[in-house]
Design a protein around this ligand. Sequence first.
Ligand SMILES: Cc1cc2nc3c(=O)[nH]c(=O)nc-3n(C[C@H](O)[C@H](O)[C@H](O)COP(=O)(O)OP(=O)(O)OC[C@H]3O[C@@H](n4cnc5c(N)ncnc54)[C@H](O)[C@@H]3O)c2cc1C
Length: 381
Amino acid sequence: MTKVFDVAIIGSGPAGASAAFELAKNGISTVIIEKETLPRYKTCGGGFAYRGRRKMPFDVSSVVEKEFFRVDAFFEKIGVHVVSERKEPIISMVMRDDFDNFLVEKAKEHGITLLENHKLKNITFEDNITLHTTQGDVKTKFVIAADGALSTTAKLTGWEETRLLIPALEYEVEVHPEDFKRLSKSVRLDFDAIPMGYGWCFPKKNHLSIGLASFRRVKVDFKKLYRDYMENILGITEVINEEMHGFQIPVTPRTDGCVRKGVFLVGDAAGFADPLTAEGISNAIFSGIMAAEAIVESELDQQIAEENYNTKLNETLIPELKTGVRLSKLFYENEKIRNFLIKKYGDRICEVMTQILMGERTYPADISKQIKKKLRKAIFS
Ligand SMILES: Cc1cc2nc3c(=O)[nH]c(=O)nc-3n(C[C@H](O)[C@H](O)[C@H](O)COP(=O)(O)OP(=O)(O)OC[C@H]3O[C@@H](n4cnc5c(N)ncnc54)[C@H](O)[C@@H]3O)c2cc1C
């Protein structure tokens, strides 16, 4: 028998679960369609920035493995090491299976339906929208596409690919206790571990999540760079256990809109990971909530809901991400300029990035002008 809901959400990651929570809280009949069985592993460093955590509608501390009040960033080639510190955790470490499952459980408390092990295969648009899954059909008025970087929903609805998807590699590594003790004191980012990107070492409860992402599609030997990073930069002497996972992160938003035909793209499906850091959990949550609010505020009118979502995105995420894209170009495509700026203003830049991660500010809209002014001043003085 076909199941009928007001809103169907494809995907139970942070974007989908947050949308579900917001909809169900407002009494909208909601289903999450998820291809996996929860809790499921998700390739991710699991670094949850405070800007996301501070806005959560409920406490997530039960699924936080470690909190970090200090972040260390290294620019090895120019010998620069910058540090930022705060009283609140700049980054909270989560394992995504537990974290995502916890968010879904919170939405379930408000009465959503979860259809696990249901993979979306096709969509038919008539009066209502019919979602054809591996275990039967679901009818709905609205669809929230929260199915991540490879979004089947977006493809089936007719979106072309306009996001920049970058490759990233993640290892869950158990190391010698001495190395774990040394490396689990802070979160570290290494900007010379890979061309046009960075390496990270994120300590979890009993292991390290070590990864590399390149923000441009350059041909590099990820596995070799990872070994070099582990051995030569992190100084890891013994690996007890290691699991490798690779995936893609969309770090530019779609240029052909994020809503059409009653389908709302959120999180990675929309390309909302931060263009400079690839931190995607916070914007997944924010966009999931915005799509849900747009639908709730429209009283289930499709045209109004779509307008609402566009307005919300254009007032917040889209301009921030556009500035982020400009900064990312400057930072990753011009190593000489980047190194020059880091040498001269490293502490200031680190402070601004920390303010962004903390949610104390967003990217300054006139950042390009500010940087050009600083460069001119430095060159001509
Ligand atoms: C290596 C790596 C490291 C990262 N590290 C960080 C980090 O430290 N901090 C951070 O903030 N971000 C990080 N990110 C980015 C972050 O993981 C994503 O931005 C975030 O998960 C996006 O959330 P989402 O809810 O949009 O999608 P996802 O979390 O990808 O969830 C999508 C869900 O949809 C389901 N699904 C997919 N297709 C279908 C289908 N056809 N039918 C039904 N269900 C489907 C999937 O099973 C999944 O559960 C990292 C990404 C990578 C690849």
